[in-house]
Write a protein that binds this ligand. Structure first.
Ligand code: ISJ
Length: 343
């Protein structure tokens, strides 16, 4: 494992793009190291895709331009974070709750049924990105864990619980994931969360229908993600034709787990009302067409790492029944996921 970590240092010092990642429950780190600093647009070629939330331009570290490495993860002592975040400014809390209120009003006016609103939290800390990444790898084993760098994009890191799309041959797998609370053994889901997750299941089922032969849905169940719990439905289907994969991906993204329903109206609201640029947060990332397999995830529980600060991104689904203060605390709980691993 040390070899691959040393390679990250060399690559970063030379300002060359790389991504290092581990699939959910995998004990293996995989990495793409690009041999030049080109920013390559994604148009279906194989490699590791990195796509923003809204912008139509998507990027790739392509197989053709990269060297590929793998290493077995060696457990390291996972010390608790000593980082202590200051209490959130009441003005920030107010602003977010106001955004939630405006979202609920728009829903009651009939503009859309669900919208996912988010905020960005800047923390003035310089982190050791390698140590922080290792901590994240150990701490969130069931998540898709990654560290991405491109000199023209910057550095991003995350541990996401949400699969966007897996394609193996003609079999596709995806999930509808929504609804959040702190995990405990006896938790109960309320109608608001059940509905917001159902919106995601219905949207995905509808969007994939023209592309597939048969759709199999699991019952919704509770999925643990760190200290949080979400409602999850597994969705499996058979593609009519593998050539349709990219078109299907673009139909699905962004799902109502990160944008809203209907998609277009919710997207317009997010872009107009959120008041900041989500960049790659709630975009998607992962392998595209590697050994006949694509494995993409939604970029959640993530941070953007700059020299002297980090930006954390968190959001939550709003329906007509949302209570602004409760939604604010949901974003605080999601923030804690990333705060726990800051070195
Ligand atoms: C938007 C986020 O998460 C998404 C929103 C959820 C919700 O609203 O309950 C739950 C899981 C994710 O689909 C985030 O983590 O920032």
């Amino acid at each position: 494992m040390q070899g691959i970590l040393d390679k990250i240092d060399t690559q970063y010092q030379s300002k060359l793009p790389f991504v290092i990642y581990a699939a959910p429950n995998s004990e293996t780190l995989q990495a793409f190291f690009q041999r030049n600093a080109v920013l390559e647009s994604f148009f279906g070629q194989s490699g590791f895709v990195f796509a923003p939330f809204s912008n139509s331009e998507k990027y790739i570290l392509s197989e053709k331009q990269c060297d590929f490495f793998e290493a077995i993860i060696k457990e390291k002592n996972n010390t608790d974070s000593t980082f202590e975040k200051e209490e959130t400014d009441p003005l920030v809390k107010n602003d977010f709750e106001d955004l939630v209120k405006r979202s609920v009003d728009a829903i009651l006016e009939g503009q859309f049924q669900k919208v996912v609103v988010s905020r960005k939290v800047n923390l003035a800390v310089s982190i050791n990105f390698k140590n922080t990444f290792l901590k994240l790898v150990m701490q969130y084993k069931t998540a898709f864990r990654y560290l991405f760098f491109h000199p023209e994009i910057g550095m991003w890191m995350g541990a996401t619980p949400e699969q966007l799309l897996k394609i193996e041959g003609t079999t596709i797998n995806t999930v509808a994931l929504a609804g959040t609370q702190l995990y405990n053994d006896t938790l109960v889901w309320e109608a608001k969360e059940i509905q917001e997750q159902q919106f995601v299941t219905d949207f995905i089922t509808n969007e994939i229908k023209p592309f597939v032969e048969e759709i199999k849905l699991s019952e919704p169940y509770t999925a643990k993600a760190g200290t949080l719990a979400h409602i999850k439905t597994n969705i499996e289907a058979t593609l009519i034709n593998r050539e349709l994969a990219k078109e299907l991906l673009y139909k699905m993204h962004p799902t109502p787990a990160v944008c809203g329903l209907p998609k277009k109206e919710a997207m317009e609201f997010v872009l107009k009302e959120e008041g900041y640029d989500r960049k790659f947060y709630s975009g998607f990332l992962g392998e595209w067409n590697r050994n006949e397999t694509s494995n993409l995830f939604v970029n959640l529980r993530c941070m953007e790492i700059e020299e002297k600060q980090i930006n954390l991104y968190v959001g939550c689904g709003i329906t007509k029944d949302s209570i602004p203060e409760k939604e604010f605390y949901e974003t605080e709980n999601k923030l804690a996921t990333m705060l726990k691993i800051i070195n």
